[in-house]
Ligand binder design. Structure first.
Ligand code: ADP
Ligand code: MG
Length: 697
């Protein structure tokens, strides 16, 4: 039922609600309060405690209007409990001020703080009561809802109230049989919603605030279940399609291994064996390989490619930027061409005759391995017999693009195997939910001989010393990164999406000007997200080629570019970045033999949380440990942003808070799939709908 079916909802209001994802009455049911205000009782002024919201009623004892730096209205009220409370207003109309005359009866609600003369409440919500007015207390705790732009809170509350009056009887809305053991002791869905929107006086506010109330657990459980089931269903669908088994003798892989200048690490060997077992089956592989920067994912991809080539099939390898793709091309050519494998290159800037030639080779099958960028996914690129698709840094691609590449498989109904690689590790608990439809492998070991990056946290006041440090490092022939980060709006994250990273780009520009002036003997380059792609790449390439000493950059350099000679990185405003992102950035150094340093510049004072983040980074370089810590500190919202994984945002569940429910979720899913597949379908339809496509689809 659309919200427009509710009383008082016209087209304009419906549009504003829809902009916040509130298109239907059901959406309103799930728009849960952020917190509650308790107006069901009155406190004595003498009993008030700073920081604890309360409702009091008293009479005005004194009124003072004045100007300090701006107008201020102070109203002292007493309730006979031998204490006085001051109500303080900075914004008020004359008529409002005139209401407060000594002796007038006032009821107000707010959070008291220590003031000059005892406790005070700044801008309380209040009502003037007539002397004989019987003003009943609230019957339930007042919900405070997340704001919806353009919709006054009172209107939103009224609409949600109307929507709740339309809640069907339990029999009509409960999907999960309440006797399921995982649900024992939890209220039903209808009861849970009513409890959360209209908690009775005396409801456990602390549990509600912590998100551990049984009503919240009940909803989170069902929502997590729906998402998990949806992923499992997609996995089943995927596995019901046929793929070509790539189960050759592995002779080509053996030759590649013998010819490599290094031996595989144990982790690389294990992951390659997992991939090989997948490829041998007649169903499409869908495997995610996680491995820290520098863990050596590329060679595993190359080995997988030989298995397809050996069967006479083609392989496509896509990377999100031209520079990264070029790096893969150089690696694969170096490794595979000596074995007689033809490796082709297809990027946006391959045009004209060259492009026509590549397209012809791809179509005829002469090109056995095709490396490229988004260009690989475009229409007009037709493969002869594509059996394996490898995607690097998968979160940088849209789901649709990846599907486009997968759909380039041979016409006779076979689906290519897919191998996706990422350097952003995801904690195990999350992986099971976010990637229930992928198999996940971890390369959790770095090749031997790497010197770990030394990480130090330094207050921004010591910036001048760092400039000298950059000078010294570059004088010795090494290279350095100076990373500018700026968060414009906490809601948006670094280089906020809405302004396209404009503020961050400006900061980088200023820093570049300053460092260029301070370090005149150095060649200083600049890259940021607002530059044209060609310009960005030319600068990155110049840095890689050693034609620049210092690169001033925004977080656009995050993705895997390998400049082994860069051994110093300075990250500004490090306290504002998440752990995972800092770890990714830091991974740009420490790729060569020289000892590397990463300096985290922060603006004091540090919050406790920021201090912990920097400390974690300083003491560990293990991406998986960092990911777990990130989850603990930030919750998964940012870790698993919709953009990053394609995972739909949860309405109620919070994987950080609710991760402990996952074993129950998995048990419930098994039980439903085995016993009540019809229920499983309806749970998915309710929470996920048909609209969501996942990272791994
Ligand atoms: P990433 O996992 O970040 O993509 P790469 O595949 O780019 O890492 O590997 C990083 C570097 O380590 C490359 O120069 C690669 O040749 C090298 N390398 C990979 N595996 C090993 C190994 N087992 N021993 C030594 N060096 C290795
Ligand atoms: Mg890589």
């Amino acid at each position: 039922m659309p919200v427009s079916a509710l009383k008082g909802v016209g087209a304009r209001l419906a549009e504003k609600l829809a902009a916040r994802g509130l298109g239907t009455v059901q959406d309103l049911w799930l728009h849960l309060p952020l917190r509650y205000e308790d107006r069901t009782r009155l406190s004595r002024i003498a009993d008030l405690r700073p920081g604890e919201p309360a409702q009091v009623e008293g009479r005005v004892e004194a009124v003072e209007r004045g100007f300090r730096y701006r107008p201020v209205l102070r109203v002292a009220i007493g309730d006979g409990s031998r204490a006085t409370l001051v109500l303080r207003f900075f914004h008020f109309r004359a008529a409002q001020a005139a209401q407060f005359r000594p002796g007038v009866r006032v009821r107000c609600f707010g959070t008291p703080r220590p003031g000059q003369h005892g406790l005070e409440i700044v801008h309380p919500s209040y009502r003037i009561l007539a002397d004989d007015e019987a003003a009943p207390l609230g019957q339930s705790l007042d919900p405070v809802y997340p704001a919806v732009e353009g919709v006054p809170p009172a209107v939103l509350r009224r609409l949600i109230g109307q929507a709740l009056d339309l809640l069907p009887e339990p029999a009509a809305m409960e999907l999960l049989p309440p006797e399921l053991p995982e649900l024992v002791g939890l209220p039903g869905l209808r009861q849970s919603l009513l409890t959360l929107h209209r908690p009775a006086p005396g409801e456990d506010l602390a549990a509600l605030a912590a998100g551990t109330h049984p009503a919240q657990r009940r909803l989170a459980l069902e929502e997590l279940l729906a998402h998990h089931l949806s992923l499992r269903r997609q996995r089943l669908a995927q596995q019901s399609q046929p793929a070509r088994p790539l189960a050759g003798p592995g002779e080509l892989a053996g030759r590649l291994l013998r010819q490599l200048p290094f031996a595989l690490t144990g982790a690389q060997r294990r992951v390659f064996e997992q991939v090989r077992a997948d490829l041998a089956r007649p169903v499409p592989m869908l495997r995610l390989v996680q491995g820290d920067v520098g863990s050596g994912k590329t060679v595993v991809a190359a080995l997988a490619a030989t298995l397809a080539v050996e069967q006479g099939c083609q392989v496509a390898l896509a990377a999100p930027t031209e520079l990264l793709a070029e790096q893969h091309l150089a690696n694969l050519r170096g490794w595979l061409e000596p074995l007689g494998v033809r490796v082709a290159w297809l990027a946006g800037k391959v045009t004209g005759k060259a492009r026509a030639q590549v397209l012809a080779d791809v179509a005829s099958g002469a090109a056995q391995v095709v490396v490229g960028t988004h260009a690989l996914m475009q229409e007009g690129v037709a493969f002869h017999d594509l059996a394996l698709v490898i995607v690097d840094e998968q979160h940088r691609f849209g789901v649709q693009q990846r599907l486009a590449l997968r759909d380039k498989g041979p016409a006779h109904g076979l689906v290519p195997h897919q191998l996706v690689m990422t350097a952003t590790p995801i904690p195990r608990t999350l992986a099971m939910t976010a990637y229930a439809d992928l198999d996940v492998s971890a390369i959790d070991e770095l090749p031997p001989g790497r010197t770990p990056v030394r990480t130090v946290a330094v207050s921004a006041e010591r910036r001048p010393e760092l400039v000298e440090r950059v000078r010294a490092a570059c004088r010795e022939g090494r290279q350095a990164y100076w990373v500018c980060t700026l968060i414009e709006d906490p809601e948006e994250g670094a280089g906020g999406a809405r302004n396209g990273g404009r503020v961050e780009a400006q900061a980088a520009q200023r820093t570049w000007e300053m460092l260029s002036a301070q370090l005149p003997e150095l060649r200083v380059g600049l890259v940021h997200g607002r530059m044209r792609a060609a310009e960005k790449q030319a600068t990155m390439r110049a840095f890689k080629d050693g034609a620049l000493d210092l690169l001033v950059a925004t977080t656009v350099i995050e993705v895997g570019v390998d400049v082994p000679n860069a051994s110093l990185m300075i990250i500004e405003n490090a306290e504002r970045l998440g752990l995972a992102q800092l770890h990714q950035l830091r991974g740009r150094v420490g790729r060569g033999a020289a000892a590397s340093t990463c300096v985290l510049l922060y603006q004091p004072p540090l919050s406790a949380m920021a201090r912990q983040r920097l400390e974690t980074l300083r003491t560990t370089s293990d991406g998986f440990v960092i990911a777990e810590k990130d989850l603990e500190l930030r919750g998964p919202g940012e870790l698993l942003g919709t953009r990053q994984t394609g995972l739909a945002a949860f309405r109620i569940a919070d994987l950080g808070r609710d991760a402990h429910l996952l074993p129950q979720v998995h048990a419930l899913a098994d039980r439903l799939l085995a016993q009540r597949p019809d229920v499983a379908d309806r749970v998915v339809a309710r929470w996920v709908g048909g609209a969501v496509r996942y990272a791994a689809a």
